[in-house]
Design a protein around this ligand. Structure first.
Ligand SMILES: Cc1cc2nc3c(=O)[nH]c(=O)nc-3n(C[C@H](O)[C@H](O)[C@H](O)COP(=O)(O)OP(=O)(O)OC[C@H]3O[C@@H](n4cnc5c(N)ncnc54)[C@H](O)[C@@H]3O)c2cc1C
Ligand SMILES: Cc1cc2nc3c(=O)[nH]c(=O)nc-3n(C[C@H](O)[C@H](O)[C@H](O)COP(=O)(O)O)c2cc1C
Length: 763
């Protein structure tokens, strides 16, 4: 096969090598604009695992690379004058130039033609003269641009500015992050040794800080001198160096995240950064490039046609690329928002930094550095007021709100059961909630319980509006208090435009086949074309419903509930006021955010007056409508939280969406947690995170990283009422309280889980 490879970066060279290794008869030319030893960048990070994969592909080059590998285990973080070191991270790195020189040598040995100092303006002539063309021409690929309508590149230019520098200062004991506060804002560095004499030193900051420093107007020399001053105390008098001579100006850039809908066209395939880029802070760009090269070389030899090989290449590599890009997005967004976290205690800041990509979990950190994690856990417990048994994981730290004291941070999120009769909870509710209260969570919620018959979502929803409701709820609350250590929260709400609809397991949010009741909302905006057009609430309605909330709160107080939550999320009545998607009012309850919040706050204030002063009140909000360009955004949710906080709401239960059929949520593990993180760390208000949180590891990492104060799990508690007790068993925590009659079951479970603990690892 006659092959042209455009670009002699890691992707291009390694692809050429991999092809030649599979069939020495291939005629391969690699074309590169630079000179052989004229490359930008300093060290790149790889992992020992990546190198093992490379060794299986080409043992010779892998051995050469290994000879030059620098290894380091520790990560050091300088923050607020404190240097915190954790270990067990196992990185290795090599100079980019060294790597390319080794790959060039290997390519030459295998008989590959290397054509340097040759600019490629257009890949088309190569496509005509060669059987196969690989476009490995990097982030700003011209080949990709030549067929942009086919590849459909999506290039997301990110917020921070960075410059890739080097230094002779030693960072050989740890991969080092340095955060420096300057007169123009925070500037930080990612530093790591990759050769005995040289370390990479990437300097990064926000666009605003960059502009305030005037980096854009500086020459490269001035820019470097400024960075040297900023990081002087870490550089030991050593200069910073740039080798990006091919870049114009000061060499600062914004990272472009590249995604392409397709990676191939006719006989050309994109590879490496040209196809997909991964942010440098997870050190995976070179790994992706090298592994993609191996994959395509494999498929070109296993598949009957070029088209079949390309198809396999795209489908196999795309999953891996998306996985890494998702981790890279988490990581780069963390750095973009780092100023939000810089006030955290150094322990928490360090933990948040280490877990930022969500690839390293809590238990994974324990495997890496048990001592460091143990200290961090002890810090968390002490700060939570537990100074006795400080080595419990964060989920088992106590939490207090007003006089409410929770034994741990796990919450059974509210979940409608649709089993009520005329609003009255039945034996189903008693059995269901009693089981969850026995299951170990610190706090259990009852479902959205409605303030009036018309305020119900479905005919199966529970209420707080009739004497028999009070009796039934009180029986449950008495049981929970008498037989368990759990606390119980009543969620009160009004369905608004989503009322008079079918049971959850029927056609959700669709009107009843018959027996519909009239519904009301902020404005005459129906949930869907099939739902009723709600009545826009007039003054009398506003007063009546507010008073119904008050009466329900009084009933919940008489029942003895420990906490109250006002449901102002998910498109129900109060939510219909908050989001501009459904609030079209022109009076003082519509328009600006302050106006849209007026009614929910009036309800809260009226309820607060009758709710016992020693007990907390929470509000649940949809912190984004997930409707691009319209509706509530995460930034606006911060403003909502500020208004709640100012009004005296004790904690914000941060949910999202369900406010519009046009919503386009991006699901994933813990997908709503960033919303809680943002509110908590920008306002200082206590928050609860919820949404696809299902493992003990998720809960622990959310808490220790300071992304929420409490963690709600809904569906996991439908599958397992004893989720918390089971989590404790798996984590080896023996300090949870089981109900006395269940102790033999507990003991057997502990014995069984100890048997599965292998070599000191918790499973
Ligand atoms: C600051 C920074 C730090 C990084 N740190 C790491 C790290 O620690 N670990 C890691 O794995 N990755 C890291 N990366 C990413 C890594 O450098 C890239 O992902 C990797 O180099 C991709 O390889 P590639 O071969 O696709 O592209 P490149 O390495 O960019 O190679 C493309 C080649 O094509 C040539 N070329 C481009 N256009 C033309 C043209 N028109 N004509 C002729 N030749 C052309 C270029 O000169 C270049 O040699 C980092 C990136 C940056 C920006
Ligand atoms: C069956 C069911 C009923 C729900 N009912 C309510 C409710 O009454 N009030 C509420 O605020 N959220 C309700 N939710 C939303 C959950 O509290 C939670 O926010 C959501 O399920 C995401 O959490 P998860 O991924 O842990 O399930 C319900 C969810 C489910 C699955």
């Amino acid at each position: 096969m006659k092959v042209a490879v455009l670009g002699a970066g890691p992707a291009g060279l390694y692809f050429a090598i991999s092809m030649k290794r599979r069939n020495p008869a291939h005629q391969i030319t690699v074309v590169e604009r630079n000179k052989p030893d004229d490359t930008f960048g300093w060290g790149v990070v790889l992992s020992a695992e990546t190198l093992d994969n490379l060794a299986a592909n080409d043992a010779v080059s892998a051995a050469w690379i290994r000879d030059y590998f620098a290894y380091w285990d520790d990560i050091a973080v300088f923050h607020k004058g404190v240097r915190t070191v954790s270990t067990g991270h196992g990185f290795c790195g090599i100079g980019r130039k060294r790597l390319l020189l080794l790959l060039q040598r290997r390519a030459r040995d295998l008989g590959i033609d290397l054509l340097f100092e040759t600019e490629i303006d257009d890949p088309r002539p190569y496509m005509q003269s060669h059987d196969l063309v690989i476009a490995a021409d990097g982030l700003n690929s011209r080949s990709r641009a030549a067929f942009a309508e086919v590849f459909k590149p999506d290039i997301d230019v990110r917020k921070c500015k960075f410059v890739w520098l080097g230094t002779r200062q030693k960072f050989d004991d740890a991969f080092t992050f340095i955060f420096e506060e300057t007169e123009h804002g925070w500037v930080w560095a990612h530093a790591y040794q990759f050769e005995p004499e040289t370390a990479t030193f990437i300097v990064e900051c926000s666009e605003e800080t960059w502009a305030a420093w005037g980096f854009g107007e500086m020459s490269r020399e001035e820019s470097i001198a400024t960075c040297e001053r900023i990081f002087a105390k870490h550089l030991g008098g050593q200069p910073l160096m740039s080798n990006a001579s091919h870049l114009r100006g000061s060499a600062w850039i914004n990272f472009p995240r590249v995604l392409c809908e397709r990676w191939s066209h006719k006989n050309l395939a994109l590879m490496g950064d040209a196809a997909a880029s991964a942010h440098f802070s997870i050190g995976s760009g070179t790994k992706l490039a090298l592994e993609s090269a191996v994959a395509l070389a494999d498929y070109l030899h296993s598949e009957p046609t070029l088209a079949a090989a390309f198809e396999k290449y795209e489908s196999a590599r795309r999953t891996e690329v998306l996985r890494l890009q998702s981790a890279a997005r988490n990581s780069l967004e963390w750095f973009e928002e780092v100023e939000r976290y810089l006030d955290l205690d150094p322990v928490q800041f360090n933990y948040a930094l280490l877990t930022r990509s969500q690839r390293i979990s809590h238990e994974n950190l324990r495997l890496r550095d048990p001592e460091w994690l143990g200290d961090a856990e002890a810090w968390f417990q002490r700060r939570a007021g537990n100074s006795e048994n400080v080595h419990r994981t964060p989920m088992f730290a106590p939490f207090a709100l007003r006089d409410l004291k929770l034994k741990n941070r796990v919450v059974v999120s509210p979940m409608a059961q649709y089993k009520a009769v005329d609003g009255c909870p039945t034996d189903w509710h008693f059995a269901h909630y009693a089981e969850r209260a026995k299951g170990g969570a610190g706090l259990i919620y009852i479902e959205m319980t409605c303030v009036s018959p018309e305020g119900r979502i479905t005919p199966g929803c529970t209420g707080f509006y009739a004497p028999e409701h009070e009796k039934a709820w009180k029986r449950l609350v008495d049981f929970v208090h008498g037989e368990t250590e759990a606390k119980i929260c009543a969620q009160i709400g009004h369905s608004g435009p989503k009322g008079s609809t079918q049971l959850g397991w029927q056609q959700m949010d669709a009107p009843l086949p018959d027996g519909n009741w009239p519904v009301m909302a902020a404005s005459e905006v129906p949930w869907s074309p099939n739902n009723q057009v709600p009545k826009a609430m007039d003054r009398a309605d506003l007063k009546k419903v507010r008073d119904q909330f008050v009466a329900s709160a009084e009933m919940a107080a008489r029942c003895g509930f420990d906490m109250l939550e006002i449901h102002a999320a998910h498109g129900y009545l109060l939510s219909s006021f908050i989001t501009p998607l459904t609030n079209k009012r022109t009076d003082q309850y519509g328009g600006s955010l302050a106006n849209r919040m007026r009614y929910p706050l009036e309800v809260f204030e009226a309820v607060r007056l009758v709710w016992p002063a020693e007990k907390p009140i929470s509000m649940r909000i949809s912190a984004t409508d997930w409707v691009e360009g319209e509706g509530i955004t995460p930034a606006e949710a911060v403003e909502i939280a500020r208004l709640l906080q100012a009004a005296g709401v004790d904690i914000c239960d941060v949910s999202a969406g369900q406010t519009s059929l046009r919503a386009r949520p991006v699901y994933g593990r813990m997908f709503q947690t960033p919303l809680s993180d943002r509110i908590r760390n920008e306002t200082g208000m206590a928050t609860m995170a919820v949404g696809n949180i299902y493992e003990p590891d998720h809960v622990n990492s959310i808490l220790l990283a300071g992304r929420a104060d409490l963690v709600c799990l809904a569906r996991p508690h439908l599958a397992d009422p004893y989720w918390t007790l089971h989590a404790a068993a798996t984590l080896g925590d023996r300090d949870v309280q089981w109900p006395n009659p269940y102790l033999p079951g507990r003991d057997q479970l502990y014995r069984l889980s100890e048997r599965t603990v292998t070599q000191g690892m918790r499973v």
